[in-house]
Design a protein around this ligand. Sequence first.
Ligand code: PLP
Length: 411
Amino acid sequence: MITINENYLKLPGVYLFSEIGRRIARFKSGNPDADIINLGIGDVTRPLPLAAIKSMRQAVDEMARPETFRGYGPEQGYDFLINSIIEHDYRPLGVELEADEIFISDGSKCDTGNIQEIFGVDNVVAVTDPVYPVYVDTNVMAGRGGNLNPPAGFEKIVYLPCNVENGFVPRLPGCRVDMIYLCYPNNPTGTTLSKAELKKWVDYARENQSVILYDAAYEAYIREQDVPHSIYEIEGAMEVAIEFRSFSKTAGFTGTRCAYTVIPKRVMGYTADGKAVSLNRLWTRRQTTKFNGVSYIVQRGAAAVYSPEGKKQVREMIDYYMTNASIIRNGLLGMGFQVFGGINAPYIWLKTPDGIDSWTFFDKLLNDARVVGTPGVGFGPSGEGYFRLTAFGTRENTIKAVERIKDGLRL
Ligand code: PLP
């Protein structure tokens, strides 16, 4: 008899976006002519930067000639991309990395999901709450979650509430935790941590021999001064932090797929008898065994993002989304909503009015304004009573959505 990994059965059956899809389909069947604006999904709408397109075209031509054709590439990624990352993403921050501390991949979803494989199953996992669901679900699959106790969450996971009351700044846990997932700028709340706040986490990790898994997928959206772009700007982080970055939201690569993970060689995990082992070594072993690299064409496209032309085009793209963010943010503030995020991130997190729950608000927004967003509770227990809108729509739809909310929403 083939047995299964029963941890999978502990996951809730309905994935958040499937439930959203189901409710939209139901609404459409009753209102076939209604045009709905979706500000719920986290996908981008602007095309790839021209610099990336040009570079990928050239790479395709190289693949067409025997003398420039390339087969399997290095599992960790090509040097031309790794060196550009070191030079453009880290050196300006005063962070020095070696080439073999960077791992090119086909997405931060896979990396943030797969990284837990190199850690023991008995580690205690802490997540900020609300949270990007991948961190929780992949740990549940691996057996670190225990049972689901609604509405509190998984029994073995330590949830660190982020809400209006604490200004969306997670408190250090009261108990010992080993794997700490931090995502800044944050999805879904759009909030950030100052260097001083982040330093507390780095110090905690150093004192407790923990590791911080720092997801910086939205780094390119940071606008304000004191907001760290990388956790390695914080003293001591090179000993305790793994950082994830992606070209998805930076350069429109959601469908093209390219990201990278940084594991400084000094970051250690420990055997049961206390022997230190470099996590870089384990991840190298894991990747060389299970991953065969991102395509040459795509890596050429990603590297072009660092050319002067590419940088300019990326800046324009991010400006476009951030203008959308301020349209949503200011529009909602003008209507009297309590609004967070949208300043250093493409996400706007609003408090639902009069304490209504986030699914009820979802239905109202859909019925009254024909606008779709994401109910906060889908991101964790502390998301109840909140709602996420994204700035990734077209300008036209963003403006229209805000007008519809203003004119149509009856609370
Ligand atoms: N990390 C966060 C916080 C995200 O919101 C997302 C995508 O929405 C990802 C990672 C996934 O990025 P990628 O497209 O590189 O897999």
